[in-house]
Ligand binder design. Structure first.
Ligand code: HEM
Length: 437
């Protein structure tokens, strides 16, 4: 049901529509949701956990149990729209994309069964614990080098000086992509996020379309180069080798789309999650100091930060049949925005959910990596990176603090969240490695 045709809840005329004032006003591009999506939906968790948003033309789901149940049933709640452009693309922007032969197709994250499980199985093997272990020394080295570069400066923007670069380098290494053109890739990734989850103006859409088109062509070229050395390292070459055995499952179009999607999935998410983590811990100095004193808390601190301020705050599904969620009847084809950040702050599941509790024993049950058969395949890579960041920083810069009174800004979009900049400072005279005691 389209809202113009009457109330999407009851099917009655629009003037009898029970969409509440708050539901009508809900704007995922407004400042409340951008700054704190969980807080912006507190009213919904309490009063209307499933509601129709006329501004977005989506149903919004805000409670933990409802979101988890939808994740669990990927047949009724299809992920097909997970990467759909949330803002319709103008004809001009579509023409620009066509000029680049842009043909982004399904990738694991938005694929239905049975193809999804077939492909996930064929490609999963590369995500073994041993493979993960193999990337650890590199993450440690990159973090130490980044720290060496800033340690005498006394201040830094952690996002600009390391939190983008390291997850991107790790992502490229994991994929086996040469570490060239990193600045270009950062620009491309941001464009991809705006293109998929943002609300770009008409002019911005054209700019973004050029960047996304270039990204698409870049991904194609890298893939071609890799085909010449299929025995080399990385997940993409592994997928190329798997293509020889399973040509129907791993198609050319699939490889090309994956190449582009994974660069974004692997690095932007981890960069934002790490920035959120440093921010939250430093904002509550006593928690930061506790982690410095007790490094054994680090794994749970990472998990709790992912719960409290995750880098993916909402994910999408579409219903394939009429279904009831909470006590709301949804029609077939209902588009859902499941606000995982809100689920993560649901007091029905997490005690004192707004508190950042380093000892929380169910922090790991957060929804930031999704849940069920599509749950994030890279979650342990992200965790590993975030743990190493904390290990190195708490050891070498325990006296680091946030630069006071800074305003945090975010790239306006529904789903990916992390500050554009995170400025910290410290007195290099007090660096532990300088002290002789
Ligand atoms: C899927 C979040 C890092 C690869 C997902 C999904 C979410 C997510 C929400 C969708 C889950 C669902 O539909 O149930 C995150 C966050 C990250 C992160 C918050 C960092 C903190 C990574 C990394 C990689 C990666 C580092 C790869 C190296 C994937 C893949 C999928 C996925 C391949 C698709 C899985 C499928 O549909 O079967 N991620 N991700 N992610 N992620 Fe991540």
């Amino acid at each position: 049901n389209h809202p113009a045709m009457g109330c999407p809840v009851t099917g009655t005329a629009a003037d009898g529509c029970p969409v509440s004032h708050q539901a009508a006003e809900f704007d995922p591009f407004g400042s409340d949701y951008q700054l704190d999506p969980a807080e912006a939906l507190r009213w919904s968790r309490d009063q209307a956990p499933v509601f129709y948003s006329p501004k977005l033309d989506y149903w919004v789901i805000s409670r933990y149990d409802d979101i988890k149940a939808a994740f669990r049933d990927n047949i009724t709640f299809s992920p097909a729209i997970a990467l759909e452009k949330i803002t319709p693309v103008s004809q001009e922007a579509q023409d620009v994309l066509r000029g680049y032969d842009y043909a982004m197709n399904r990738t694991l994250v938005n694929e239905d069964e049975p193809q999804h499980t077939e492909r996930r199985r064929v490609l999963m093997e590369h995500f073994t614990p041993e493979n993960l272990e193999g990337h650890k020394p590199m993450v440690r080295r990159l973090t130490r080098e980044a720290l060496d570069r800033i340690i005498d400066q006394g201040e830094a923007d952690l996002v600009d000086e390391m939190l983008w670069e390291i997850p991107l380098t790790v992502a490229l290494h994991f994929l086996g992509v040469p570490e060239e053109d990193m600045d270009k890739l950062r620009e491309y990734s941001i464009a991809h996020t705006v293109n998929t989850w943002g609300r770009p103006s008409k002019d911005e859409q054209i700019k973004v379309a050029h960047a996304v088109g270039n990204f698409w062509q870049y991904a194609g070229k890298v893939l071609e180069k890799m085909r010449a050395t299929p025995d080399g390292p990385g997940w993409m070459r592994y997928a190329i080798r798997q293509q020889a055995s399973y040509p129907e499952v791993v198609t050319d179009s699939y490889l090309h789309s994956m190449m582009m999607a994974i660069i974004v999935a692997a690095h932007e998410t981890t960069a934002h999650a790490s920035a959120n983590m440093f921010r939250r811990l430093l904002e509550q100095r006593e928690l930061w100091e506790e982690v410095c004193r007790k490094p054994r808390l680090i794994p749970n601190a990472v998990e709790e930060c992912l719960r409290h301020t995750g880098s993916v705050v909402a994910w999408r599904r579409i219903t394939t049949r009429p279904v009831t969620v909470g006590d709301v009847q949804l029609p077939e084809g209902a588009r859902l925005l499941m606000v995982t950040a809100s689920g993560n702050h649901d007091e029905r599941h997490f005690e004192n959910p707004d508190e950042l509790d380093l000892y929380r024993d169910n922090a790991v049950e957060h929804l930031t990596f999704g849940y069920g058969s599509h749950q994030c395949m890279g979650k342990n890579i992200a965790r590993m990176e975030m743990r190493i960041f904390l290990e190195e920083f708490t050891r070498r810069l325990p006296h680091m603090e946030l630069v006071p009174d800074q305003q945090f800004t975010y790239l306006p979009n529904t789903s990916f969240r992390g500050p554009d900049h995170l400025r910290v400072r410290w007195d290099p005279v007090n660096n532990p490695e300088r002290r002789s005691d």
